[in-house]
Design a protein. Structure first.
Ligand code: GRF
Length: 206
């Protein structure tokens, strides 16, 4: 069973959605550890309630290279194969990226490359877009930037508020992250340049 390491900073609803899918048997993986860079992250408490390994690794006041090295150690100590960022509010160092090549994922609440960074839902809503959504992507050294695995769209309707749109994006996130993991853990994919290619499709299409 593929061992996932979840890394988060806050609420942890994406982590919980993944844990649910695993629990229901619709995602074949196990959560080896949940790590948070804030001891008070609700996601950490949620992990403990589920009986999972939960590690608080506070980042406040720790230099990024040193912090990322400790994070690598924790993940390796739990034999993590895939790193799943789920609301982790820090950029990773090149050293961290190199420690888990092509094995770090993130979810972002916009249709990248539009609206990277903080408060993507607000950014998109304030810009007046008619369609927004969420993106699961591989992580590289740049913010919200690596190759895209999957995206889901959410239409912005008359009368929507940033809250109603954000809620619909979040429920798509909860569905999409596990769907992307199912695809990737099945193994029939490759990265070509910026593109994540499904190998079955290439074969089927000749
Ligand atoms: C999500 O909107 C995710 O896209 C972004 O951070 C938020 C985390 O939410 N990266 P949660 O902690 O998973 O509830």
């Amino acid at each position: 069973m593929t061992r996932l390491g979840i890394v988060l900073s806050g609420r942890g609803s994406n982590f919980e959605a993944i844990a649910e899918q695993i629990g229901q048997g619709s995602l074949s993986a196990e959560i080896a550890v949940v790590v948070a860079n804030r001891a008070d992250a609700p996601g950490l408490e949620a992990a403990r309630r589920r009986g999972l390994q939960a590690v608080a690794l506070p980042s406040r006041g720790v230099e990024r290279p040193e912090y990322d090295r400790s994070l690598i150690e924790v993940l390796r100590a739990h034999d993590v194969e895939w790193v799943v960022l789920a609301g982790y509010m820090r950029i990773l160092t090149a050293e961290f990226i190199r420690a888990f090549p092509k094995r770090i994922l993130n979810i972002h609440p916009s249709l990248l490359p539009a609206f990277p960074g903080l408060d993507a839902q607000h950014q998109a809503f304030a810009y007046g877009v008619k369609v927004t959504g969420c993106t699961v992507h591989f992580v590289d050294e740049h913010l919200d930037h690596g190759p895209i695995v999957m995206q889901a769209t959410v239409a912005v309707e008359e009368g929507d508020t940033v809250e109603t749109v954000s809620a619909r994006i979040l429920s798509e996130e909860h569905r999409l992250y596990s769907e992307a993991l199912r695809l990737l853990l099945a193994g029939a994919w490759a990265i070509e340049g910026r593109k994540v290619i499904r190998l079955e499709r290439m074969t089927a299409g000749g």
